[in-house]
Design a protein around this ligand. Structure first.
Ligand code: G6P
Length: 611
């Protein structure tokens, strides 16, 4: 998975591209490169972050009004200068940037090797551009036609941009399975993996669909598909503030995004939920709502943090809608032979809307006749476009690789969906529904309060920053929160952490407990409170260190635990929205104290568009 940007217009291309690449670094950051038309088709590339590329090219003459850049997350070939993009064709007259995987590259490479081609990198992408040039030479056709023919022969996923020495005003882009947006400015055009590199210059965009090819030739955009049908570009106006994608005074995007949660949860409910009038509306569900209300079973597919949101939703849907729910890792679902019956409904959850496994799970479920709902954050991304219906989370761009505000926004949307269904089915009383709506409106304020634990958590983090293991325990609605807390810690501080249902502790993890082991309990006042208190005593009896997230005013746990972190009182089904906040902060501060790269943790990328 990688980020790509291209530009042609009246500005200098290099600063536009570098700035864009920095915005896309969440997609990958092990090497970066840029191609410009400055006295030739020149490629500059470097292992490491975009900043290293920037330092590398600082003293070069880079005057060009057209160019393209790439920030990489390795799939084929280790991260090094050679494997970084752009890649040249055999004659070095063409260059390409690519996000995705060409699955049949090995056989194409064999064919080309036999014809005398030599490759400088281990990438599938270099094979791809050699193949395009080979087609052009053998078919004696125009470059855009050669690209189109090549695309009909490759298997896999791609978003590409191609430049040509012989056509200095030409950019050819195409997508299948990886995102690509074209930005239309005044006398300038942009291409990028998402809209963040573009919005500073224009809010008019065209989202390319799979199998579409966009050609920009001397400032004119034309689109056709790989079957050679001309298409009319569908121009959309996007509503994205520049401020929303900058750090706004915070040291890291992750901290900014944790602190944005009161607002992002509010944004997610705005215009959709109003307790005074008992109004609860999600426009994107309307056409398929009855399928959801009458569903025999709901299958939730997702990955990572989104999967954890799905687990919380399982409790919520089953409690209020009385519909059985199964939560599946999208990556597993797609590779077994799942039973999907008429009457089953699938909900796909994804922050990026681009996760390859989740997309593939959707396609599989669709092919078996299921109706698919999407819960996504990135507007216009692939998943919302592949689903029948759904709702955006409206959390704003999430840049930190570890997901925070997207998670709480996903919970908010899923709760709203469940309550709409419950209301229609009559499985929730008007009174209970109203109590929940009132309480949901109060959640932003409760999260604000939970954020006030920040200082306290910073000092707890200092005490435990050198731990080598952590256990996170919770029950009921707080069990998925325990999983999420453990995932956050693993992701950004590289400390091994396990999340478990608290009652399962006695079936294994208890053996791990000694005076070295920090155990984080999510022990808020709910239906299993007493049982969790007993689990805390069991850990203390074995000299484990207990950090407990408790409901404010809890005196009992304060006597047993090494640290108690108080969160405001919220009813059980809504507690994850609040109880996750101190866990996000704990992982953040531990990672900072360990000197880790919080926003761009090693080996991870924000949007995983490969298997
Ligand atoms: C990656 C990210 C995680 C994210 C997961 C699912 O692994 O690092 O933070 O939860 O993908 O992503 P999605 O965009 O589908 O929610």
């Amino acid at each position: 998975m990688c980020g790509i940007v291209a530009y042609v217009g009246h500005r200098q291309a290099e600063p536009v591209i570098l700035k864009g690449l920095k915005r896309l670094e969440y997609r990958g950051y092990d090497s970066a490169g840029i191609a410009l038309m400055n006295g030739g088709l020149n490629v500059y590339k470097k292992k490491g972050k975009v900043a290293e590329l920037e330092a590398f090219i600082r003293h070069q003459k880079l005057d060009s009004h057209i160019g393209m850049g790439h920030t990489r997350w390795a799939t084929h070939g280790e991260p090094n200068d050679e494997n970084a993009h752009p890649h040249y064709s055999a004659t070095r007259k063409l260059a390409i940037i690519h996000n995705g995987i060409i699955e049949n590259y090995a056989s194409l490479k064999q064919e080309l090797l036999k014809k005398g081609h030599r490759f400088l990198s281990q990438t599938d992408t270099e094979v791809f551009i050699h193949f395009i040039e080979h087609i052009r030479e053998t078919e004696q056709c125009a470059l855009d036609e050669a690209v189109r023919l090549a695309l009909t022969k490759v298997v896999g996923a791609y978003a590409i941009v191609v430049m040509s020495l012989e056509h200095p005003g030409l950019l050819i882009a195409a997508r299948k399975g990886s995102p690509l947006v074209v930005g239309i400015g005044k006398g300038e055009l942009f291409m990028a993996s998402d809209a963040t590199p573009i919005i500073e210059y224009t809010n008019e965009v065209v989202y390319l669909n799979d199998q579409e090819i966009a050609v920009v030739d001397n400032g004119k955009l034309t689109i056709r598909n790989t079957a050679n049908l001309p298409l009319t570009p569908y121009i959309q106006t996007i509503d994205l503030e520049l401020e929303a994608i900058e750090k706004g005074g915070y040291e890291h995007f992750m901290l900014k995004e944790i602190f944005e949660q009161p607002r992002s949860i509010m944004d997610c409910m705005r215009g959709r939920l109003d307790s005074a009038s008992s109004r609860l509306v999600l426009g994107g569900l309307r056409d398929y709502l009855n399928r959801l209300v009458n569903a025999d079973r709901i299958l939730i597919v997702a990955c990572g943090t989104s999967w954890h949101a799905g687990l919380v939703a399982e409790y919520f849907f089953e409690e209020f809608c009385r519909i059985p729910v199964e939560v599946e890792y999208a990556s597993e679902f797609r590779y077994r032979n799942p039973v999907i019956r008429e009457g089953d409904v699938v909900i796909a959850i994804s922050q990026s809307g681009e996760t390859a496994d989740t997309l593939a799970a959707i396609e599989l479920a669709k092919s078996r006749g299921a109706v698919i709902f999407g819960v996504c954050n990135v507007v216009g991304s692939s998943i919302p476009r592949a689903t029948h219906a759904g709702a955006y989370t409206h959390a704003g761009p999430e840049i930190g690789v570890a997901s925070t505000k997207a998670f709480t926004a996903q919970l908010t949307v899923l709760n709203m969906i469940a309550l709409i269904v419950a209301q229609k089915k009559g499985t929730v009383t008007e009174q209970r529904l109203n109590e929940l709506l009132i309480e949901m409106e109060q959640i932003p304020g409760r999260v604000e309060k939970a954020l006030q634990t920040n200082r306290q958590i910073e000092s707890i983090a200092a005490e435990f920053k050198d731990a080598t293991n952590f256990i996170y325990l919770g029950r009921g609605y707080n069990f998925p929160v325990a999983l999420e807390g453990a995932l956050k810690l693993k992701e950004i501080s590289y400390i091994h952490a396990e999340g478990y249902p608290a009652a399962e502790m006695k079936h294994g993890p208890i053996a791990l407990i000694d005076e070295q082991m920090p155990v984080v309990f999510i022990a808020t006042k709910d239906s299993t409170y007493e049982k969790v208190v007993s689990n805390i005593q069991e850990v203390k009896a074995r000299k484990g260190k207990v950090i407990a997230i408790v409901t404010e005013g809890d005196k009992l746990i304060a006597k047993m635990a090494d640290h108690v972190v108080e969160v405001p009182n919220v009813s059980e089904p809504l507690m994850p929205l609040v109880s996750v906040v101190p866990l996000q902060l704990l992982s953040y501060h531990i990672a900072v104290l360990r000197g880790c790269n919080v926003d761009q943790p090693r080996n991870l990328a924000k949007s995983v568009t490969v298997e």
